[in-house]
Design a binder for this molecule. Structure first.
Ligand code: ASP
Length: 434
């Protein structure tokens, strides 16, 4: 019987009522033995995340401003949770310790990590589970990635029978001090634990029932995605579909452990499973994602294809302006680069000047207000007619396609349209494939 690793996000541990839901979920399947928790998140729109309050306390202490008021909010959250759950743990003493460390100007990462630390202590006490501190077991490199040498000892620390609760978001850095992952990093901890115990599945419990085929703000009630591959989710996440921390994919991807995104508030929903493979007979296209806010720079020069080093010089110019590009579709005598407006901010004039001077082109144009839409699905390469269907749908809706790009992996077709056509185009593509 394989074990299940369950990570519960901020909304799933926001108050005692949510934690009771977690208990029910865990008790309903004996394989759910490893529980990773976030710090309490928002209970409603006006509420604060505990992690944000901790950062605030750190910054106040750093500037010698009293933390009393800000820390009071944190204290009250944990005390209320502990009281309502009726647990037998001296939460006050733990809260006092954390407070005095903050007042003594503990590091920013240390202070931020206490949200998960306290959450895990409280939930371990409630579930009668073992608490394992990630400060002693997860080693994080300077660049924020986990060290390979983490896995075997972490597996040993989790090798007894019974249930474990593990705080997300932090480990220790090369200097042995507490170090956090980037924001939302409890997803990464869950993936690391899943790999360390070689779990059968990594369940990531959140407040939505997985991924939808497209943005529900654009299409009413889009279909949920039941099964999606790692490669597909990478493409979709990059284009804006985000439920899951992208760095969390790596550890489980390597260990070939599927991820199941589930909803704590609707535990019977099957959610979305991310796996290595799926049967494309269930649908070649799995999702449609997009973003606006791009510009397209196109460069034309007769006999460009014969000019050795043209592409290198073009990309060299972008590099010298510290601009990263998204796509670079090309023709015989044309090359274009699609760049996010954010990257171009304040640099357009200098960039165009250098392109003209150094490449000596016949023409350089820049067109702004572009949106990119990715239609994603494994097996596109082997299914004739996908592109025809996509472009027919756009043409029938009178949408002008300005750029087309298909990555070499052939799991997506990207179209660039004018920003004003963006939402209409997403709806047209969705209708064509659903
Ligand atoms: N509590 C951390 C944050 O708010 C990490 C997490 O929830 O995953 O970013």
């Amino acid at each position: 019987m394989g074990d299940i690793v369950c990570k519960f996000g901020g909304s799933s541990v926001a108050d005692a009522a949510q934690i009771r839901k977690i208990e029910k979920i865990i008790r309903s399947d004996a394989r759910r033995r490893f529980v990773i928790v976030s710090a309490p998140g928002k209970r409603d729109k006006q509420d604060h995340k505990v992690t944000d309050l901790l950062y605030l306390c750190h910054d106040l202490a750093d500037q010698d401003v009293d933390i009393e008021e800000a820390y009071h909010m944190i204290r009250e959250r944990y005390l209320a949770i502990a009281r309502e759950l009726g647990i037998d743990l001296d939460v006050r003493a733990l809260l006092d310790q954390v407070e005095s460390r903050i007042r003594a100007k503990a590091s920013r990462d240390y202070v931020a990590s206490r949200g998960e630390y306290l959450s895990a202590q409280v939930i371990a006490a409630y579930l009668g589970a073992r608490f394992v501190d990630t400060a002693d077991t997860i080693r994080i490199q300077e660049d924020g990635r986990v060290e390979e040498s983490t896995y075997a000892p972490l597996g040993d620390a989790l090798a007894h029978s019974g249930m474990y609760v593990v705080p997300g978001f932090y480990g220790s850095g090369p200097d042995g001090e507490v170090k956090t992952f980037s924001r939302g990093g409890s997803d990464i901890t869950g993936a690391i634990v899943a790999r360390a115990v070689n779990a059968e599945v990594y369940e990531n419990w959140t407040d939505v029932s997985g991924f939808l085929m497209t943005d529900p703000r654009i299409v009413d009630n889009p279909r949920p995605m039941r099964l999606v591959t790692y490669r597909e989710i990478r493409e979709l996440a990059y284009m804006g579909a985000n439920v899951f921390h992208e760095e969390a994919i790596f550890p489980v991807y390597k260990a070939r452990i599927p991820i199941n995104i589930r909803n704590t508030n609707a535990p019977d929903d099957p959610g979305t499973t991310i796996a290595h493979q799926r049967d494309t007979r269930d649908g070649v296209v799995v999702g449609i994602a997009g973003r606006s806010g791009f510009s397209n720079i196109s460069i034309e020069k007769l006999l460009m294809n014969k000019e050795i080093g043209f592409g290198r010089r073009l990309f060299g110019i972008l590099e010298s302006h510290r601009i990263s590009f998204e796509h670079a579709p090309s023709g015989i005598d044309t090359m274009s680069v699609i760049i996010s407006d954010e990257q171009l901010k304040g640099k357009v004039h200098g960039l165009l000047e250098d392109l003209r001077k150094q490449l000596n082109p016949d023409r350089v144009d820049i067109a702004g207000s572009f949106a990119l839409i990715a239609t994603v699905g494994e097996g596109m390469a082997y299914h004739p007619g996908i592109a025809a269907k996509l472009f027919t749908a756009l043409a029938e809706d009178g949408i002008n396609v300005r750029v087309i790009d298909q990555g070499s992996s052939e799991i997506n077709i990207i179209v660039g349209v004018e920003a004003k056509d963006y939402e209409r185009a997403v709806r047209a593509i969705y209708r064509a494939f659903c």
